[in-house]
Design a protein around this ligand. Structure first.
Ligand SMILES: Nc1ncnc2c1ncn2[C@@H]1O[C@H](COP(=O)(O)OP(=O)(O)OP(=O)(O)O)[C@@H](O)[C@H]1O
Ligand SMILES: [Mg+2]
Length: 336
């Protein structure tokens, strides 16, 4: 295998790139800041730092939406910069392995391939790996030989629910509920209960701290703008109200897992019963979600050790372990 091999998990909020050069995974915000509609101002984590704080002439955005590439031009700029950084400006022909969601159209899948083909990176080979299979490998499942494995990847604005068996995808369903939905719910609770507007980043911070706050038995402290006076203020909110509201989001995920289970061939259902559910994706870290899924489905939930990185870790296995090489396929010439 070429040492210049890279595995790319193009997430809606985070991009993860495995590099065989130093056997490491880069994790950065998949975000771009453009000044005056044309000049690149910042990208990755630095663009995210400015998000919701930048003046009107700097536009900050995610080039992906719902797991698919929505802004190809900016995504290309980002890939060129990230890859240049990884290759230390010494771009050599490489092999690229792209993780793609299953429940998207062929044209949307093709866009992942075209992104690399049309960018400045020199691609010797561009291969595609179904995201659920990469996730399985990243969670140490022998996806080529295992039968009936249910994987739930809670991402940024979507959750992928997939059943894999013997190296292939049996069913895959993508729903529009993820980490961002949880942030929006927290924002709404705080607006309704405290008459306070908070930003997306504040909501995300509250979400990430829920476990710690509840363990310590304290309330969340938030800063924002009072709806009535318009002044900046600090307020405390009991986490109970937040938990209560988040339960609705969690139930959407549970209901959709049940829909997938209902459509599963019975022989595979028996395997899933034995194996339990494999839960991953950054969004899955939110407090109480794993328990809610366990209670709602009656199945054991196995949580990924590295939920943000499991796809990229799986791609590293496809790249480094010949046994899994056949999971990757080429889509060159398809869809055109
Ligand atoms: N400790 C945490 N607690 C709760 N949520 C978290 C935590 N850490 C990260 N998240 C959430 O995880 C989400 C991002 O996860 P991830 O990187 O898996 O998504 P993505 O791969 O970019 O998106 P997608 O797969 O949907 O395209 C964000 O919504 C973030 O707020
Ligand atoms: Mg993801």
């Amino acid at each position: 295998m070429n040492t210049h091999s890279f595995g790319i998990d193009l997430g809606t909020s985070n991009i993860k790139i495995y590099s065989r050069l130093d056997d490491s995974i880069m994790l950065e915000k998949n975000m771009i800041a453009i000044m005056n509609k044309k000049r690149l101002f910042a990208y990755g984590d630095s663009a995210f730092e400015m998000y919701e704080k930048a003046p009107g002439n700097i536009s900050i955005s995610y080039p992906l939406c719902n797991g698919v590439i929505a802004d190809i031009q900016n995504m290309e700029i980002l890939i060129n910069h990230f890859m240049n950084g990884i290759m230390k400006n010494n771009v050599k022909p490489g092999d690229f392995f792209m993780a793609v969601p299953t429940d998207i159209t062929e044209v949307e899948k093709r866009a992942f391939y075209d992104l690399i083909k049309d960018s400045e990176v020199k691609a010797r080979r561009i291969m595609v790996v179904e995201k659920a299979l990469a996730n399985g490998l990243g969670m140490d499942i022998d996806v080529k030989n295992s039968q009936g494995v249910l994987i739930v990847d809670v991402g940024y604005n979507t959750t992928d629910i997939s059943i894999i068996s013997l190296g292939g995808i049996v069913i895959s369903r993508m729903i529009k509920c993820g980490g961002l939905s949880f942030d929006e719910t927290i924002k709404n609770v705080i607006r309704n209960e405290l008459c306070l507007y908070i930003g997306g980043k504040t909501a995300e911070n509250v979400k990430m701290q829920l476990r710690e706050i509840e363990t310590q038995g304290i309330n969340a402290v938030v800063y924002g703008r009072d709806i009535v006076t318009g002044l900046p203020v600090e307020r405390t909110i009991p986490t109970k109200s937040i938990d209560h509201a988040l339960a609705d989001n969690f139930n959407v995920i549970v209901d959709n897992i049940k829909i997938v289970l209902e459509r599963t061939p019975p022989e595979l259902s028996a395997d899933i019963y034995r194996n339990g559910i494999y839960l991953t994706g950054g969004g899955s870290l939110v407090h109480h979600l794993a328990e809610t899924i366990e209670v709602g489905t009656g199945l054991k939930v196995n949580r990924a050790e590295e939920p943000l990185l499991s796809v990229a870790m799986g791609l590293s296995k496809v790249i480094n372990n010949d046994k899994y090489a056949s999971i990757a396929y080429s889509i060159e010439g398809m869809g055109r």
